[in-house]
Design a protein. Structure first.
Length: 268
């Protein structure tokens, strides 16, 4: 009888039902194709497997967002992480990309409405995670840059270091992150009236670093990251701050290994 029942459900149906049951959590109401393929004894093993999947995925979220857990507490965080796992099942065997949309999940989660800074704090933690796992890159070739005629500088298109990430927030998320570190010497509450920040998150050497920058510098880097030419990036920065110094920006960002390569845009 088992073989006859198996014919009623295709392999695809069984696989889909298993994935659905894993994350919805009720095998009894979701298991007709599963019942076609497995014995009753196997259901108890399935429950163990589901538990292991949730433990693994919630553990992955917890590893990326320790400050969020510190801010909301372990119990609330566990519920939130499990809800996220149900709402956003992993689609890869690689856990590193899992958790990217957790900040957006938090923004819509009941109970987090008063913690207006929470999603951007989570975004900062995710960018740090991305920066940690991003590829390395050598420093910019200064001799090659020196060979570019000065009249061609405006059409240079720069590559930011692969670990470089940019974040603008209306909240002091850098300070929130700092005071919630295990070794924080300043545990004073953060006043949201401190205002917003513009940040570079990068791994220029062995560890990930967070750098506070001006709004004008952020505008220039954001434009370059989106493929804009240097002249356009400088224009956007100077719209933000007429006193923005392009030469000083370029010198500082090359030395900091924020800008690591370039090409000359083709003539229109």
């Amino acid at each position: 009888m088992r073989s006859a029942k198996c014919a009623m459900s295709s392999l695809r149906e069984v696989q889909s039902a298993i994935a659905e049951a894993l994350f919805l959590g009720d095998t009894a109401s979701q298991s007709r194709p599963i019942d076609d393929a497995v014995t009753a004894a196997t259901h108890s093993c399935f429950d163990v497997y589901r538990h292991n999947v949730f433990t693994s995925l919630t553990g992955a979220v917890r590893a990326v967002y320790p400050v969020i857990e510190q801010l909301v507490g372990p119990e609330f965080f566990t519920r939130a992480a499990r809800g996220y796992v149900r709402a956003t099942p992993s689609t890869s065997g690689d856990l590193h990309p899992f958790g990217a949309s957790f900040p957006e999940f938090l923004a819509q989660l009941p109970g987090c409405g008063d913690l207006v800074y929470l999603p951007d704090t989570a975004r900062l933690e995710w960018l740090m995670h991305e920066a940690f796992h991003a590829a390395e890159h050598g420093a910019l070739d200064l001799a090659r840059l020196a060979d570019v005629p000065s009249e061609r500088y405006d059409v240079l298109e720069f590559l930011l270091h692969p670990t470089c990430r940019l974040l603008a927030s209306p909240y002091p998320v850098q300070r929130i992150w700092q005071v919630n570190q295990p070794d924080a010497s300043d545990a004073a509450p953060v006043d949201l009236a401190e205002g917003g920040v513009h940040l570079i998150v990068a791994r220029p050497s062995a560890s990930v670093e967070i750098e506070l920058i001006s709004a004008a510098e952020f505008m220039a880097l954001d434009a370059l990251a989106r493929g804009a030419q240097l002249g356009t990036a400088f224009e956007r920065a100077q719209q933000e701050d007429p006193g923005f110094d392009p030469g000083e920006f370029l010198r500082r960002r090359v030395l900091a290994r924020t800008l690591v390569d370039f090409r000359i845009a083709a003539a229109a």
